[in-house]
Write a protein that binds this ligand. Structure first.
Ligand code: M6R
Length: 606
């Protein structure tokens, strides 16, 4: 939710900042802007819309400088427009600020500042930060910012420059991510690692409340009590290439095709010599003690949680509850020291999930994060973290992060089942073999996408449709439906297959697309009856089932077959055609698939 980049060093700040913003556009693309210091003056340029607009605008402008900050926006306060774009600045153009997050008490601060004579030129919460620092400033930018922070409520990652300090960037964070990249005679700040990977792999992940002063050859960090602190330098494992499209036309299709590899790497990270190991996150005593598992997440990660719940019930017989994070903290959840609370988040920055985690922690639960981003806020807040090995996921629509989250929850279920004596070592190793076979089976689907393209051709002109499934196939259908909505703008809804007849079947007309997930062997006959009910009313049935499932093939208008797999893991194969169907439909509709409207990759507002 908004991306910020800052650069100070020997290179051209404009080039570095624009390259960084390009890698952060997934965080928002309502507008973009840049501020540099040139000849002791702050120069600011900003444009509504995607970064390309700003880049075109800057083409013939001389902004050459060794220091700059930039921003790509996902609008919260104030419509997308040039004037609401960041950086925000003071009337005398002495201070410029970029911000990710929300200043909750901005309205009070704004009216106080107006009374003091400050004029506002935007509708944003961020502009108060610039004027507030100005109102406190007595010749030292660092000290003015630290005093201003005491008056701010809310979440922020901030990058600040002052025309009289052309050799330093001051930055800080609270409940919004910020990394510092350490280069040679150059240093950078960014909301996320891909923005700086071209320049360095050595980073500091700032802690909540940290304030840092960057010059070209030095970085000083202070904690929230202003005591100088040493943070550990982390070396990023993946490289710049992994954050590029690598020959694919879009990040989403690249990430779909990366799933065989990311699944294998996630398995390898947790399985050693054929044995699953989570001893780093759970002790034997804890496993005995917990009588309930809560899985809390948003969107696609929530759907991964539903798959986890099914595996926990089927494989380990463990009682669990899956909740949407934005509801969890306000529902007075039954959570205590006997609860294991698992928070699933690709980005590790989702504010709703973070807030839910803090709630569970405060009530005494042991908390575990499942995330893809090392050093993310959720990973640091949780007692323990399990990393998925998906590599950077840039497309807004989550694909490889989802399948790796599901794998982790399934592995955890097998691990708990074995520890609790519910399954034998042999059974556990059969499950592991089955999971290791998934990558090859996914490759077969990826090699045969023509049928899916044909279905996409049919889907592209539709305005609505349904996804149905029974048992855990319903959870798979939910994910398929979300994917279709977010990147094609076609309104789809997912239902348990037996539920449509209780009302929503009234919406079925000749030609209404219904995507059926039919992977649960024991429920197949029932699902086929539901297909027939829908066909009798004219629905156009697209079924995803095992290649061998001739019964489903016979009753469907279109049939997308996948390989053989144990029912409990079936989503790992069934979701791939659903991801591809959304992707190809989006492309056929001419939508910017990696950056669909109104969305952002990382949702750091409530
Ligand atoms: O980063 P997170 O996993 O916490 O994000 C949660 C959701 O915002 C995310 O999964 C969203 O639903 C995706 N855009 C779906 O593709």
């Amino acid at each position: 939710m908004c991306g910020i980049v800052g650069y100070i060093g020997k290179g051209d700040a404009k080039t570095v900042v624009l390259q960084g913003l390009e890698k952060l556009e997934y965080r928002g693309y309502d507008s973009a802007g840049i501020a540099v210091i040139k000849d002791s003056k702050i120069m600011i340029e900003k444009k509504k819309g995607k970064l390309k607009n700003l880049e075109n605008h800057l083409e013939n402008l001389d902004l050459e400088s060794h220091i700059g900050i930039g921003h790509t926006r996902w609008a919260t306060h104030g419509e997308p427009s040039d004037r609401n774009s960041h950086p925000h600045f003071t009337e005398d153009m002495s201070i410029a600020v970029v911000h990710n997050g929300i200043i909750e008490n901005y309205a009070t601060l704004k009216s106080e500042l107006i009374q003091k004579g400050y004029n506002f030129t935007s509708d944003t919460d961020t502009e108060v930060v610039a004027h507030l620092i100005h109102s406190i400033y007595e010749g030292d930018l660092f000290s003015a910012l630290t005093k201003a922070l005491k008056l701010l409520r809310g979440s922020y990652a901030l990058g600040v420059i002052h025309k009289d300090f052309p050799n330093e960037i001051i930055c800080t964070r609270k409940d919004s991510p910020l990394v510092i990249g350490l280069g040679e005679n150059e240093n950078l700040i960014a909301s996320d690692v891909p923005a700086i990977l071209k320049y360095t792999k050595n980073v500091y992940f700032l802690e909540d409340g940290d304030i840092a002063r960057l010059t070209a050859d030095n970085v000083e960090i202070f904690d929230k009590t202003l005591v100088p602190v040493e943070r550990e330098i982390k070396v990023i494992e993946w490289d710049y290439e992994q954050a590029t499209k690598g020959g694919f036309p879009h990040f989403m299709i690249k990430e779909i095709f990366e799933q065989p590899k990311s699944i294998e790497e996630t398995l390898n990270r947790r399985i050693h010599d054929g044995i699953i190991d989570f001893s780093d996150v759970l002790t034997e005593d804890e496993i005995k003690k917990f009588n309930m598992i809560h899985i809390v997440a948003c969107g696609t990660a929530y759907h991964a949680g539903l798959q986890g719940q099914y595996a926990l019930r089927e494989i380990s017989g463990v009682n669990s509850l899956v909740e949407i994070a934005s509801e969890y903290r306000y529902m007075n959840p039954f959570v205590d020291e006997n609860t294991l609370a698992i928070f699933v988040s690709q980005s590790g920055e989702t504010l709703d999930t973070l807030a839910a985690l803090k709630e569970a922690k405060a009530r005494g639960a042991k908390t575990i994060a499942i995330t893809n981003v090392v050093g993310s806020t959720i990973s640091r807040e949780a007692h323990k973290t399990i990393y998925t090995m998906a590599g950077p996921e840039i497309a807004v629509a989550s694909t490889k992060a989802y399948t790796t989250q599901v794998i982790i929850l399934q592995l955890l279920s097998i691990y708990l089942a074995e520890k609790k004596g519910r399954i034998s070592k042999e059974k556990a190793s059969d499950f592991i073999k089955e999971l290791y076979s998934v990558s090859e089976k996914i490759k077969t689907t990826l090699d045969n996408v023509d049928i899916i393209k044909d279905v996409a051709e049919f889907m592209k002109d539709k305005h609505n449709g349904f996804y149905i499934g029974r048992g855990v196939d319903f959870a798979t259908a939910l994910e398929g439906s979300l994917k279709m909505k977010e990147i094609t703008y076609i309104h789809t809804e997912a239902f348990p297959a037996g539920e449509l007849k209780h009302g929503s079947i009234a919406l079925i007309e000749p030609g209404t697309p219904v995507v059926v997930v039919a992977m649960q062997t024991n429920l197949l006959e029932k699902t086929i009856s539901n297909i027939k009910e829908l066909k009798a009313r004219g629905a156009h049935i697209v079924t995803v089932a095992r290649n061998s499932c001739l019964e489903a093939k016979e009753v469907s208008d279109e049939f997308i077959g996948v390989g053989e797999i144990d029912d409990v893991f079936s989503v790992l194969l069934a979701v791939i055609p659903l991801q591809l169907l959304s992707y190809f439909t989006s492309i056929k509709k001419g939508i910017d698939v990696d950056k669909p409207r109104n969305l952002a990759k990382s949702v750091t507002v409530e």
